[in-house]
Design a protein around this ligand. Structure first.
Ligand code: SF4
Length: 290
């Protein structure tokens, strides 16, 4: 038996930084510590954060004034950031804000603020319900959000205006190219910024490659994590023997047999210790090549 890991898998840069910020803050024993939302879409990680002393609160609680925050508490902002309004309320409460917003998300926010100050109207391509999008656009004045090229096409732009076009970090690259080609053809007055983060597409591409090369594929991730579910879809398309497993206790060893090539991949929200435990469980029960 052989275990092959995907070339790119597990925590992305931004999530890794946010989780590290949590561990760093957990060393402070004398203060109350909070995390805004799920630092990572993985219930085992959230449980671990609670175990090391964090209380998880959400934006709705802060916006409605029902949060338990008090002056001097510390709060970590997750990798996908939050809205301007939430930041303002946190400042008013005089809590210590540890902003773990990913630098790629922050960069889009910076461009948006700068381009608006130069007089551009902003077009934002993304899912307006996604926390990252809600956060970024909240720093602008008037943002036109479209989720797809067809939605954009339904709204004619003004050729006499200057536009800046920004996107969600995880926008599909193919969709981005289609939008870019459309705008370049019909609206030369639109300046397009490509700030898509490669973490998602890299993990999908690596999973595709892995799934072709293996007899069975284990995608490790939370059942509610959209990026892990997407990896499973990619894997199944190449290899029907692909399974999403949340942790080692859920791993059913009867799906394996000797001489199999087992592919292992994991979403950007899956920590290395969960991946390792699954790998070790297989190694402990089968004769796996080193
Ligand atoms: S997916 Fe990309 S943008 Fe989002 S947190 Fe990870 S590295 Fe940052």
């Amino acid at each position: 038996m052989e275990i092959i890991r995907a070339e790119k898998m597990g925590f992305c840069f931004g999530v890794k930084k946010a989780v590290e910020a949590c561990y760093e803050l957990s060393k402070e024993k004398e203060i109350r510590k909070f995390i805004l939302g799920m630092v990572v879409h993985n219930k085992d990680v959230v449980k671990e954060m609670e175990r090391i002393g964090f209380i998880i609160i959400n934006e709705e609680d802060i916006l409605s004034g029902k949060d338990p925050l008090e002056k001097g508490d510390s709060i970590i902002i997750r990798a996908h950031g939050t809205t301007n309004k939430v930041i303002e309320l946190l400042k008013l409460k005089e809590v210590v804000i540890i902003d773990a917003t990913c630098i790629f998300v922050d960069k889009i926010k910076e461009i948006l603020i700068e381009r608006e100050s130069l007089g551009d109207e902003i077009i934002f391509i993304g899912d307006k319900e996604h926390p990252e999008v809600k956060g970024i656009v909240s720093f602008g004045r008037k943002i036109n959000i479209f989720k797809s090229l067809s939605e954009l096409k339904e709204n004619s732009l003004d050729l006499s205006k200057k536009y800046s076009v920004l996107t969600q970090t995880t926008l599909n690259k193919r969709k981005f190219v289609e939008i870019k080609e459309y705008l370049q053809k019909y609206y030369p007055n639109a300046k397009i910024f490509d700030r898509i983060c490669g973490a998602t597409s890299e993990r999908q591409e690596a999973t595709r490659k892995l799934s072709r090369a293996c007899d069975i594929v284990i995608v490790i991730g939370d059942l509610k994590s959209s990026n892990s579910k997407k990896l499973l879809e990619v894997a199944i398309a190449e290899n029907p023997k692909s399974y999403l497993v949340q942790n080692d206790t859920e791993l059913d060893l009867s799906i394996f047999s000797e001489n199999m090539k087992i592919g292992i991949t994991a979403g950007a929200s899956t920590p290395e210790n969960i991946i390792k435990k699954i790998e070790n469980k297989i190694r402990g029960n089968f004769n796996v090549k080193l």
